[in-house]
Design a protein around this ligand. Structure first.
Ligand code: B1M
Length: 210
């Protein structure tokens, strides 16, 4: 079994120390950090997602796998994020109201920081009013919203409306993403950008700030 398969398997079993050790070993073996992220950690998480959907694993197992994922990402972070880059813009990020999923949001944050953007992380369960207040307070260029539940993605529409009602639509771009979000949903609510993954989100955010 390859080391990337091992990482995926250990993540599925929620063995955080083993995931950390294997990620470190993979880096020593000169496997690209992005490959370790995608073919090791994210691949393991997607197996857990399928099993969760089919009721083969339950919330506790998913939480333990998520902890192992975070442990692996923490080791990779210095390799994925360029340190000491001059700030190119400010992003306020969070997972929308009612939604506690934060793994994808944390990846988006990490990639944006890697592009030299200052990222203010509001965490999870963030309302439209909280995004707007933080964006005004920090003179942000972008509000970035993540949602993983079909029931919570509608809060993104409230964010777009709040920005428009404050008359700030020319100053603050609203970016959206997360597993259930699509380009057509983005168009329907009038958000400025939908991106399917963290790396593309960071590229688009940077282009909005330039
Ligand atoms: Co939950 N969960 N969960 N869960 N969970 C999903 C999302 C689900 C699809 C599982 C399933 O049934 N197959 C399902 C949603 C169904 C739906 O709405 N259609 C679901 C459910 C139902 C629930 C609960 C309701 C379960 C329950 O309690 N009965 C509950 C809800 C809690 C709440 O939020 N109020 C719940 C709870 C949890 C845990 C707490 C156990 C845990 C979260 C832990 C954590 O985040 N700290 C969890 C997890 C881990 C998942 C799955 C298995 C994995 C999600 C994940 O982290 N993926 C997920 C199944 C799945 O997605 N296949 C599932 C990895 C992550 C890197 O991907 O976040 O998609 P993702 O991010 C991607 C892109 O989407 C993109 O970039 C990332 C990759 O580069 N992206 C953006 C994300 N945000 C972006 C923003 C952008 C741009 C791109 O611009 C701003």
């Amino acid at each position: 079994m390859s080391i990337l398969e091992d990482i995926s398997l250990m993540l599925q079993q929620g063995k955080a120390p083993k995931v950390k050790q294997l990620v470190t070993q993979a880096l020593e073996e000169k496997i690209a950090p992005q490959t370790i992220l995608e073919e090791g950690l994210l691949s393991g998480m997607s197996v857990i997602g399928e099993k969760f959907k089919n009721n083969e694993v339950y919330v506790p197992e998913v939480l333990i796998a998520a902890r192992a994922m975070n442990a692996g990402v923490a080791i990779l972070k210095p390799y994925l994020v360029e340190e000491g880059v001059e700030e190119k813009g400010t992003v306020v990020i969070g997972t929308v109201k009612g939604d506690l999923h934060d793994i994808g949001k944390n990846l988006v944050k990490m990639m944006m920081e890697g592009k030299g953007l200052k990222v203010i992380d509001l965490g999870v369960d963030v309302s439209a009013a909280q995004y707007l207040e933080a964006a005004k307070e920090n003179n942000a260029n972008i509000i970035a919203c993540s949602a993983l539940l079909t029931t919570t993605m509608n809060e993104m529409k409230n964010v777009v409306t709040a920005v428009k009602e404050a008359g700030l639509q020319d100053k603050i771009k609203v970016m959206i993403g997360g597993a259930p979000v699509t380009q057509s949903f983005c168009d329907s609510i009038g958000a400025d950008s939908y991106t399917p993954d963290a790396a593309t989100a960071a590229d688009v955010a940077l282009s909005f700030c330039q």
